[in-house]
Design a protein around this ligand. Sequence first.
Ligand SMILES: Cc1cc2nc3c(=O)[nH]c(=O)nc-3n(C[C@H](O)[C@H](O)[C@H](O)COP(=O)(O)O)c2cc1C
Length: 403
Amino acid sequence: MTGIFENRNILCGITGSIAAYKVCDWVRSLRREEAEVKVVMTRAAAKFVTPLTFAALTGNRVYGSMFDSQDEEKIPHIRLARESDLILVAPATAQTIARLAHGLADDLLSAIVLASEAKIVVCPAMNSKMYQHAATQENIEKLKKFGYRVLDPESGMMACDEEGPGRLPEWAHVREAVIAALSPQDLAGKTVIVTAGPTEEPLDPVRFLSNGSSGKMGYAMAATARELGAKVILISGPAQLIPPAGVECIKVRTGAEMYREVLSRFDTADIIVKAAAVSDYRPAVFSADKIKKTGEKAALELEPNRDILHKLGEIKNQRAIPPLLIGFAAESTNLLEHGREKLERKNLDFIVINDITAPDSGFAVDTNRVILLDRQGGQLDFPLLAKEETARRIWRAALKGRL
Ligand SMILES: Cc1cc2nc3c(=O)[nH]c(=O)nc-3n(C[C@H](O)[C@H](O)[C@H](O)COP(=O)(O)O)c2cc1C
């Protein structure tokens, strides 16, 4: 498996915040995903973490001063500015944010940012009063106007024993922002609805019918659509997953709720991805009281849930520009035959077929091996990949049109 950051040059600009130690782990994660990482530290940053730590973690020398004799012949700020695909300023102090907002170039990091055409991602971290101060807020607005991505800090208890916004965001969110900044924005201006996870069909107050879907594939489709610049609405059944940053997440429990939430947004969607494992049936009767044990045999009467995907396929051509419909099929036998039949019957544009009998594919695992079919008879077999990477390749193929 290749790393998502393979062949990407990422420059980490570390500044003088107490949160600098957290970025040591981020650098390791970037390296693990095959980024080429260079580190520039401000003078204040080196008071918090030693350059040696970052040198050991990256395998590269760490840059500090603009007038470093080792680089006399190469003008380091220009070389580093040109070499970088992305500059991640994290943690970004109030001071550095002010410097960047005013176009100052009095230290190596700010000179590099000024001289670079790379994507810039800034992760503020500071005391909440400093963060909320009008000066800092104005500076952040300026950075956004320059086209930099400035992440919102998290709220919570800080090292200075104050509570409020100012904590460095979690790596999972920063990683998503970095990937998005490096991705082509092929879905910019599009609204994508993704359904994910299982549904729960209650039988009584404590029992329900459900299935083993974890929601991972749907969440990966939502996260990767966001990377490509889409406005994403994730309609999720009960899943133990954190919704991707920047995605609107609507939580539902039953198939009927999911039906309502999807159909009420049908008109707004350019693309609908149905990755949820909606229960085909629900108990015909819901008992308001917990059903008592009798010791006798018992039978459960079920009635069918409405088929969301089928309904979408039925109404999609009523729209002047029909939305693109991508369905998922979890199959255990005759994968291709069942998948193609479902594609036709439900009037889909693409179907992603999961072989749920393979231990490393399908429900609840982190990897998937899928087959993508289109309406024109095209077929694409993907190798075993992380679900996130599978999702990216599905988008790449679907956005090209025919397979
Ligand atoms: C213990 C300590 C913790 C600090 N933490 C932060 C911080 O989290 N955010 C911030 O903006 N400044 C913080 N500062 C202040 C900065 O280090 C100071 O403004 C410095 O000039 C920043 O320089 P730089 O942006 O060039 O790294 C802290 C200072 C000290 C002494």
